[in-house]
Design a protein. Sequence first.
Length: 383
Amino acid sequence: MLASATVGWVAFAAAGLAPNALLMGVAAAVATLALYRAVLFIHEIAHLKPGAVPGFEAAWNLLVGLPLMVPSLMYVGSHRDHHDINLFGTEADPEYEPIARWNPLRIVASVAPMFVLPPLLALRWGVLGPLSRLFPPLRPLVVGHLSTLVINARYRRKAPVKRDAWRWALEEAAGAIYFWAAVAGVAIGWVPLRWLGLWCAVGVGILVLNHLRTLAAHRYDNPGGRLDWAGQLLDSVNLPGIPVLTPLAAPVGLRYHGLHHMLPGLPYHALGAVHRTLRAELRSDSPYHATEMGSVFGALGALLRRASRSEAEDAASVIRARLARLAAASGGKLSAADPAAAPERSPASRRSADDAAVARSARSARPYGAPASTGHTAPNPRT
């Protein structure tokens, strides 16, 4: 984390001081990739037991989270809901939506908000945070809907209590200090406006990369019902990918997202070795192999193809329903050979026969001896 943050901020400074656009672009690209990797250590922080690595979260916030307006409270606490066996893939999961059932254009358009998020994040921590402390009626909105990194916009964050309340107060105060220090620097001429533009550009780059990685992390096929352990595994994706490129696109072990959902407490630096061991030792028909996709772009392409099929099936279902109503209105004169005679498929039936077979085999071949109970929680080697 320290190395990534150092490289990132040095490259950021080089971009700001660059004598021409080409050098600025190269330095900004390096800064984006390095700070993107540094930012994603927030995922490790979310899984650390409190006090396991003293000072790590504070250092991360000071060097990465607060300067980029993404303090750790935006992920620490809420991320556990994504791993809860009872909440994963449901409306209570902040990091899941049935994206494979969206219109493909909607999936592509979901990248657009990333281009305006950096200034909005700054306003949240510099303006809305302090205002919500002064005007309590504003607080539920700020805490519930403006303080968490989510895919699921319906997710509502609960108000922090006890130790978490102190964490929020400290991080919100620090975020406001960082924001107003930057505003003061610009106002008195210490910080040129081009540096703010560079900050926004690097922030957009980080957010776009993270959004694409997130879209590739799951299959997003679940329409909202509760999934058992096997179903959660099969909805998650491992990306062995392309050397150098995939680790850049999904750093800090996040390309092994399927394995991470099996063993959420496993440190990021151990995921690669464990993944290779499982690939070598598990039988060829193990469901674990079904979690693999070739690369981030391969996973994104597969997501768009599933969305296209889902849209076509939805259209066919609408047509069948309309024909069925027409048949009823005409006194049943349409022949049974008409499409209306075919039963309408429910959303749950859209999973392919292959996926269903894999899910059945997963329940009979759970790695690491996971029990069949849907209340299973993967072991946490850190505790």
